[in-house]
Write a new protein. Structure first.
Length: 275
């Protein structure tokens, strides 16, 4: 079977079959709307991510904003998950579960949201600095954002996913950080997770060829210590094995004729802290 296929939205929604979908204007328009809502939600959280707030309170805001805008949180009920976002603090790599745990001065936290609008998924995450954050944590957050944007620079027709991965890995390791291998970016659209898998460490010139119409996330997870992680007994929370700090940023993008479009860019310019 051809690795690429132009499909209708209905067909793309029905199954994840390993085919990399090439979307048209309908898909890009749908992703713009969903991505903008996702970014607006993360923008609105800025004044709320402070010492003393619980991650459940953050989750409540995400759910209410999503529903008020006519959307549905993709994570709510997804494979048994019961919350509207993920909140990953300090050494949590990803998929941290909101709870009555309060954020503390000096924490760093990733908040990951995916509202569904008219069937389209806007998937994005962003780091927040809680109170007075140590310099080493701030620097990790800065470099992780740089990794994301360097990866996005490589997201253009004619390049391959390995080019994105190499840009991210080179920058992270150049600062003596490590890249998590257990999790990766993914195709999306009317499906939450679809082909292709978008790795964040690899060799240039390898992996699927990028073509106009492809839609996927880039979401590097960067650790101060070693790259190895483990999933806790709750089945969701992934942490660094050495308990070193971890950071992540994520955008949803679409490959265009001459580059890519970022669907989840902040309307207020709040993509990178400090906000």
């Amino acid at each position: 079977m051809n690795q690429y296929a132009v499909v209708t939205a209905e067909e793309a929604y029905q199954s994840r079959d390993g085919v990399i979908k090439l979307h048209g204007e309908e898909g890009f328009a749908g992703m713009r709307a969903a991505g903008r809502l996702a970014a607006e939600i993360l923008d609105a959280l800025v004044p709320h991510v402070v010492p003393g707030v619980t991650t459940q309170e953050i989750d409540d805001i995400v759910r209410e904003m999503t529903i008020r805008a006519g959307g549905v949180p993709a994570t709510l009920g997804y494979r048994g998950y019961t919350h509207s976002c993920c909140t990953s603090i300090n050494h949590v790599i990803c998929h941290g579960i909101p709870s009555d745990k309060k954020l503390r001065d000096g924490d760093i936290v990733n908040i990951d949201v995916t509202p569904i609008i008219d069937g389209w998924h806007g998937d994005t995450s962003r780091m927040y600095l809680v109170g007075d954050v140590p310099v080493k944590a701030k620097r990790l957050v800065e470099v992780t954002y740089e990794c994301l944007m360097l990866g996005i620079e490589q997201a253009k027709p004619g390049n391959r996913i390995g080019d994105i991965a190499h840009a991210i890995q080179s920058h992270a390791e150049g600062h003596r950080y490590s890249v998590v291998r257990e999790f990766c970016g993914h195709g999306l659209g009317r499906l939450f997770h679809d082909a292709p898998e978008v790795v964040h460490a690899g060799k240039p010139g390898t992996g699927p060829l990028l073509k106009p119409g492809m839609i996927f996330t880039i979401e590097p997870m960067i650790n101060i210590g070693k790259p190895h992680g483990k999933v806790l007994e709750d089945g969701w929370t992934a942490v660094t094995r050495d308990r070193s700090l971890s950071a992540q940023f994520e955008h949803s993008i679409g490959i265009t004729e001459d580059g890519c479009e970022i669907f989840t860019a902040s309307p207020k310019g709040l993509d990178k802290p400090p906000y």
